[in-house]
Design a protein. Sequence first.
Length: 741
Amino acid sequence: MQGVFALYRLSWCLKIEIYGILNKRFFLKRVRKMEKLELERRKKTIIDLISDPQYKPLKIKELSMLLDVPNDERDELEEILEALITEGKIIRTKRGKFVKPETLNLITGTFEGHANGYGFVVIEEQENDIFIPNENTNGALHKDIVLIRVTSEPKGKRKEGEVVQILERGITEVIGTFDKSSNFGFVISDNTKIFKDIFISRSHDKGAVSGHKVVVKLTDYGNTRRNPEGKIQEIIGHINDPGTDITSIVRGFDLPVEFPKKVMDEVDSIPSEVQEKERQTRLDIRHLQTVTIDGEDAKDLDDAITISKNDNGYTLGVHIADVTHYVKENSPLDKEALKRATSVYLVDRVIPMLPHKLSNGICSLNANEDRLALSCFMDIDSKGNVYDHKIAETLINVDRRMTYTAVKEILENNDADTIKEYEELVPMFEDMEKLAAILRGKRKKRGSIDFDFPESKIILNDQGEPIDIKAYDRNVATKIIEEFMLLANETIAEDYHWQEIPFVYRTHEIPDPEKIQKLAQFIYNFGYHIKSHKEDVHPKEIQKLLTDIEGKAEEPIISRLALRSMKQARYTVSNDGHFGLSTQYYTHFTSPIRRYPDLQIHRIIKQNINGELSEGKISYYSRILPEVTKQCSEYERRAEEAERETNKLKKVEYMSQYIGEEFEGVISSVTRWGLYVELPNTVEGLVHVTALDDDYYIFDESKYLFIGERTNKIYRIGDVVKVILTGVDKIQKNIDFEMVD
């Protein structure tokens, strides 16, 4: 009994101790919260003072006297002032006086570096960035938050400025290639926007040798005269080791590769087959003839098609994998998907938004397996108008997994063997082709713009080495799927716009008037013109221009400049229309396996059609969607940049075997430093202006061309030229050409 009492007393003492610890933590938490509130209050006091119209710039000693700060609290005042400087709310002048940036006409923005040493400062909520010449960067590096002063505003050109102060460093780690000398080394960043090499002392090289890909922690950012310094944190591998080059790019863009354990634990609990109770609550359309059409190597099949004729035209069903049935809101899986925002398709691998068990398994619309889908059924008349539609949670079973190549063989090449193999589906594909042609004609009529530049497909061997580069085949099958997905996206967007429910839209804004004016001035030289109204241009004008130049000698140059005049599409919570598609309504509904915005709107759609979209839910989505759209837009850019970098790397590697050989290509871009020439296989290289010929060439920026001062020889975008490959640089991912006379 005594032992039991002792045990009871011990447990009671432990409870008191635990309670005391928890109480202490709660107390400390409250103290920290109060300290934070007090800090913000003091910051506001200083900001209010400095913002007062009667305020005259003061030094810290004068500020402490004015604010009646005791001598023993002077350090605290200095800390608050430094915090406000870091936040960009105030600055310290060269004489040590504190003022607001606006007083000196200073602007806060993000510095974007360039390989040639200059940069641009991106100002939030301002359309045009500001050019910073080499001599005015003042030690700023890529992604730094800086204060700048605008130094010139040339008419019709980008503003120029200088960095006055670096408020916050944007990069702490750099991925690059180590180059060792006897007593020290340098790391050349993989990101060419970090244009300075990083000095590594011998004591901090971690035994790296020349050619090692490394992760460097920056310890000193240097200045205008001195390079940054760092220490090697990790050796990824040697540049010649298979896979090291791509892994370095993945690390450089901070792309998440491995899924956390709690995410994988959640995935393990998801069944690999549709459950019986799930079948019973769905619209069962397994009896409909259903196909998927994708590339040969696609594994995440998230869209399937059904089609039938009716008295007025066609009924088209676009059936999208019901990913949200398995990815529950705010679960570890959902949070990880938002963190990734998109799948990233690199030349040798895919970094998926969702684990493979979902993306290639239960969420993939694999043939002859029951799958859950969110379907959009559209009744379409003979002119391509959707006169009725229905959205439903469905149960589907795909009859055949088709490839673009097989459908092309049936519809374009009339291949007898392929037609026989898919005999029962041929009428379906013929209906698809007819409907897609109607939809494409309608889009063109309203002014939808089609830029048909070739995309590259890089073929690798088992060692990850490029063995061929081809232009991606855009055929009748790819165009069918493209039209059907566009129509489903438009139909969903219009429906939810008029319901006035919080939603995610895909927005493509009207081009910048200055760029359109510049394009109009250029094409006038060729006898073309663009109509615009009050600085706005209708997409039909761009589409008409592309039609007019089709097949003409000037087509390459004008189509490329037209593309460069466009803005980048992004995700928004407001329905601002899609300029390129010439539609007021557009969203992304068709790829929830690989894009988070699609997954997000599936969740909203399902809650809406099931009567679960309460006022609380509407308020919740109104609150979270602005940040969701912003993050998804940013991470989409990151994925695109990573994909471009891996493609450039493999193109450089592929071309290294052809040094000294002659090629024919097209001038794709003209810059101050030279001409970019694109080969038929989409490889692009630079002919430096000094490597043209013996003449002295002048760059005419308004006409995008070089003119020889002595010979009057002209090089312009779109010209067909012959070049010799003179060299490649795997580290900088550069290809160098010289002109053949």
